[in-house]
Design a protein around this ligand. Structure first.
Ligand SMILES: [Zn+2]
Length: 511
């Protein structure tokens, strides 16, 4: 298979030749974890020509969504750079430039593509590049020109910029948090790009910035109803796509915050008015659209008070999926202090403790210093006499975005005072009980499960959990925006400033 180019139906003329690439990083400006090429390589990097995409679909990650749709349609697909890293600090400049050069080299090799479909996060920052998405789009445009449709699919935790909207033909994002709908959104974006290529539509984009910082869970009301309402309105005459960009509050970036993108078929006025209207509705949900947060003490008290089944405590502020180290000890300490005797904590990223547990072996009993190592946001380490219950090197979990298996690294399940802790050496948030089981834990026999995740766990835990408690411990992703040392963010923005209206006109012009 030359150059990674794929043909799927011998002798049938291809309708379209697409190029797809995936480069994703959710950048947390305040994270203590550096981001370099190794951070991407650790999770696997695919490039054109490395091998037939079919044979290692998990390595394609986000590109797989567009690749699979191309195969379904009988189109030709060239898969370029596909890489992501766990959320962390801005990528080192030279390493970002290397990744960018790989993506562009793959695009140049593809030659004469009809459509470019990119999947990026929407809040990627690198040293010297505050808006990597726009930077990549600009370079892609320089290669393919203005006539080739370029579709950009984002995570809804994106900080949308006017430059992204100018350079891409379409910018859309997933609608669900947890992000369970990337496949549908990829198919829709693909279809829009095909229709534009065939000159059947003329997209006009309206954008209204909603100056607010928060995490808006769409599985529960009122956000559930709002998203359903948005999807119904996408069927209105003239509307091609509506996207709620929730923003990523931990990127210290001038355009950080929420917004609404409305794309119409050749009706600028409809795009602008509808975006402004929906933006005001979204902004009105800024408080009610977020989960109730419990303190560490309240969370453990509420969990201990539960009688039947397992209570999940989301340790939101230590979510590695938002740039935290995943080694904080605030909840672990509280569980031990309160004598919680049938609890588990996952995943505590502690490569040194993993190393020691592996050296000791399964069944060993030894003193182990756990967590609290990376920064002030990790709290203090906890010294425990533990039993090494299970050691695994092959534990995986299905990724929330595409269901493909994701490695948890080496895992060590240790137990002390009735609390079981899964230690690992690849930072990952728990997406599914499968990963916990793969590490040797029996999750549903526990009374309390502390999961280092903000909300993605929800999709796979909510049906069996007796109760879900969102805990706002004093870690990196603590919900109090006023404590974050922002330098670049555009003010006013809620809740840093006490504003009650989005002022859509002024904000749209300012961007
Ligand atoms: Zn997200």
């Amino acid at each position: 298979m030359a150059g990674g180019q794929i043909t799927n139906v011998v002798g049938v003329a291809f309708r379209m030749k697409i190029f797809t690439a995936y480069l994703a990083h959710e950048t947390n400006s305040f994270s203590p974890i550096p981001t370099n090429l190794r951070s991407f390589e650790e999770l696997g990097v695919y490039r054109t020509g490395m091998g037939p995409p079919d044979e290692d679909i998990a390595l394609l990650k986000g590109s797989a969504l567009f690749y699979k749709e191309a195969m379904r349609r009988g189109d030709e697909a060239v898969v370029g750079l596909s890489a992501h890293a766990q959320p962390s600090r801005p990528t080192k400049r030279a390493d970002y430039e290397t990744l960018r050069s790989w993506l562009l080299e793959d695009l140049r090799l593809a030659k004469d593509v009809d459509i470019v479909l990119l999947f990026m996060h929407g809040s990627m920052m690198a040293e010297g590049y505050d808006d990597c998405e726009s930077d990549i789009l600009g370079c892609v445009r320089d290669i393919v020109g203005d006539e080739v449709p370029v579709g950009l699919l984002l995570d809804l935790h994106c900080n949308v910029t006017s430059q992204m909207l100018e350079k891409a033909s379409f910018v859309t994002a997933c609608k669900e948090y947890p992000h369970t709908d990337f496949e549908e959104r990829a198919v829709e974006l693909y279809d829009l790009c095909v229709r534009l290529r065939e000159k059947k539509i003329q997209p006009k984009v309206g954008f209204a910035r909603a100056p607010m910082l928060g995490l808006f869970q769409t599985a529960q009301p009122p956000m559930r109803d709002f998203v359903d309402h948005i999807m119904a309105r996408e069927k209105d005459p003239g509307i091609l796509s509506i996207t709620l960009a929730h923003g990523f509050p931990w990127s210290d970036f001038k355009d950080a915050g929420a917004g609404v993108i409305v794309i119409t078929d050749n009706d600028q006025s409809l795009a602008d008015t509808r975006a402004a209207e929906i933006c005001e509705e979204f902004f009105a949900l800024r408080e009610r659209g977020q989960a109730r947060l419990y303190s560490v003490e309240e969370a453990v008290s509420a969990a201990l008070a539960n009688e039947e089944g397992a209570v999940v405590i989301a340790d939101m502020s230590d979510n590695p999926g938002g740039g935290a180290a995943s080694d904080s000890t605030f909840l672990l300490k509280e569980l031990l202090k309160r004598g919680a005797d049938n609890a588990a904590v996952a995943y505590v990223w502690d490569p040194a403790a993993v190393e020691i547990a592996f050296a000791a072996g399964e069944g060993a009993r030894l003193p182990l210093r756990i967590g609290g190592k990376i920064s002030q946001f990790s709290g203090q380490p906890v010294d425990l006499d533990v039993e090494v219950v299970a050691l695994r090197t092959d534990a995986m979990q299905p990724h929330i975005a595409d269901g493909e298996p994701t490695a948890l690294g080496r895992t060590a399940l240790v137990s002390s005072n009735g609390v079981e802790i899964i230690l690992n050496d690849v930072r990952q948030q728990p997406f599914s009980a499968e990963g916990l089981v793969a590490a040797g834990l029996d999750p549903w026999s526990k009374k309390i499960l502390v999961l280092k995740s903000s909300h993605h766990f929800y999709a796979n835990f909510h049906e069996k959990a007796a109760k879900i408690i969102y805990c706002d411990a004093p870690g990196l992703l603590n919900g109090d925006a006023k404590k974050r040392p922002y330098k670049k963010i555009t003010r006013p923005i809620w809740p840093l400033d006490d504003i009650t209206q989005p002022n859509v006109t002024e904000r749209a012009e300012a961007s």
